[in-house]
Design a protein around this ligand. Structure first.
Ligand SMILES: [Cu+2]
Length: 119
């Protein structure tokens, strides 16, 4: 069973790499930012973009369902386990904006936060 899991993980990484590579060629501001969510953190937990950017986050919950809530830009998405969810918005205001998990996921849920910095 260990072998099967290791194989799955390596396939997942290979796929993630293969899918993310073409994104390098797109216009500035359109680059997708990959994130993961797990108890009780987002990785990365700080995302920095430029004002005016069309921000595209690809977020995958690794261990169970989580949520991604970014009030300042009216974003609140469920993140089903193992499924890459796309979050898109235009960062039309500069500042630092908190985001947080919006699906109760356990004792550390309330500490599962991060921030978006729009420069
Ligand atoms: Cu949570």
């Amino acid at each position: 069973m260990i072998g099967w899991r290791a194989w799955l993980v390596s396939v997942a990484f290979t796929l993630a790499f293969a899918l993310s590579a073409p994104a390098q060629d797109t216009a500035p501001g359109a680059d997708a930012i990959k994130m993961t969510a797990k108890k009780y953190e987002f990785t990365p937990d700080t995302v920095t973009v430029k004002k005016g950017d069309h921000v595209k986050l690809l977020i995958t919950a690794l261990d169970r369902a989580h949520g991604f809530k970014l009030d300042a830009f009216h974003v609140d998405k469920k993140l089903p386990k193992g499924e890459e969810v796309t979050v898109e918005f235009v960062a039309d205001r500069a500042g630092t904006f908190p985001f947080e998990c919006s699906v109760f996921c356990g004792m550390g849920h309330r500490k599962m936060k991060g921030k978006l910095i729009v420069e």
